[in-house]
Write a protein that binds this ligand. Sequence first.
Ligand code: T5A
Length: 212
Amino acid sequence: MKGLFISFEGPDGTGKTTQLKNVATALRAQGYEVLESREPGGTIMAEKVRNIVLDPDLPINNITEVLLFSAARSEHVEKVLAPAVEAGKIVLCDRFSDSTLVYQGLTRGLKLDELGELRQLNAFASNGLVPDMTLLLDGRPEVLAIRRDARGVSDRYENKGLDFQHSLRNGFLALAEAEPERIKVINAEGTQEEVQDLIMQEITALLEKVKA
Ligand code: T5A
């Protein structure tokens, strides 16, 4: 079987990292080879870019910012993601190109039909790599804020407040509505076990489809 590329998306603190790790463990227990990675990051260079681009104290203009995310993505795809998919692994990635469309596009006032330049940039940076499935962890920002607050971490985007989290949620849901075949909306408000069950149902269905 050729590998699979699955991305995890959603506003900040929805539980993506937690779920990605749990899902990786569950898939390994079923005998699959799994690679876990994240964006921005996944290579030495891209992790350095991550430190720059997520630093809340470092002013960066919008164009520089999107180019930095794209530069990190290009390295990540070429050196890590594409080879792993080619080698037959299930690749689980914490965020990918959809985050660019939402954070650098839709939350900055662009409409769904005005994302052409960002989509081109994504395609260029990822050399055309598109997730086989994207799991969108979704929930009411007021509910999920408790998790973010409990964790106490704050980066460039996480300290922007509840209105911003609403606009992130709306952005991701708009992408999901436009691409329901690829982007599966997962109710992330439940317990870790409940959310994992929903995710595993989607992944199991995908695995059955590619094996058929
Ligand atoms: N970005 C990224 C862009 O702007 N453009 C881009 O192109 C890309 C790729 C990345 C930032 O970069 C931006 C988006 C982001 O702001 P990040 O640190 O990776 O920065 O930020 P997040 O992806 O938001 O990751 P977080 O770690 O902040 O959130 P997660 O991964 O969604 O949540 P997680 O798993 O860390 O969980 C948060 C807390 O909730 C608990 C966990 O234990 C943890 O304490 N939790 C639950 N509690 C109760 N019930 C559950 N079901 C729970 N699940 C988790």
